[in-house]
Design a binder for this molecule. Sequence first.
Ligand code: C2E
Ligand code: CA
Ligand code: CA
Ligand code: CA
Length: 281
Amino acid sequence: GAASHAGRCVFYAPEMDEQVREYQMLDNELHGALERGEMALHFQPIVHLDSGEVIGMEALLRWHNRRFGPVAPDRFIPIAEHSGLIRTLGDWVLDTACAQVVRWRERGWRKLAMSVNLSVRQLLAPGFDERVREIVMTHRLDPDDMPLVLEVTETAVIEDMEAVSAALDRLKRLGIAVHLDDFGTGYASLSYLQQLPVDALKIDKSFVQSLESDPVAENLVRSVIVLAQGLELALVAEGVETPGQRDKLMELGCDVGQGYLFARPQPVDAVDHVLADSLSS
Ligand code: C2E
Ligand code: CA
Ligand code: CA
Ligand code: CA
């Protein structure tokens, strides 16, 4: 049944109680997670599909909680977005990712790019572009050779087209590239896409993973590639797991991707080893 509680309508079902309790516990634990050192960034290479050459890294947030153990971002990011904590977390992610790409570039990976995921809540918070400007200045990122790429999801963008567009414009003035994440899962219209200040489309992994088995997925991916070419946008395929998927993507005209076939997201030490090996060989 339903009961009115402090002006809100609350529905009671045992499983829901359970879910609400879990949500609240995660929410509580999230506050203080950074201070307790429970957050870390993992990095997944973005590569040329033919040569495997690493051209960028995507920073992915990891949370290892003292009570719950590892909690997936798909579970805790929405909670952090809801409470507003995503702003603090997001600032930490940006700062840590920028520090890391500078370190890697200084050690010889001169052209490496660093992709960071943004939620709209962060992007639309007042003063966000100012904070990004500060981070860019603190780490002395060169606007003419900017390593920072920001990823926003297609669905997030179409929720508030005008505000998002304006916010992205301010970031682009800093030399930062913007990639449209999970492309194909939302319904961005052609005219929207044309107005958006984005540099690349990231083909969602659900399409990539159906490429070999589903002709409809192949047609979808082909249309996204044609669309990107028409709008002069770059392309990145995510979730590439098999050589067959890689070959199909290249055949269709997509040259850049990421996925378990090349490397899983991994902690910085593991990436350092790969880097040390490739620099010494
Ligand atoms: P995303 O940005 O679409 O990231 C790609 C997800 O696919 C990552 O999941 C990655 O680990 C996973 N992945 C990579 N290669 C493969 C593959 O070959 N096969 C399969 N099946 N999966 C692959 P993850 O790390 O669990 O992150 C989930 C989502 O959480 C991300 O999706 C992103 O939307 C969000 N997220 C992660 N870190 C951050 C962050 O720092 N800030 C914000 N706002 N969101 C983040
Ligand atoms: Ca992403
Ligand atoms: Ca994605
Ligand atoms: Ca996703």
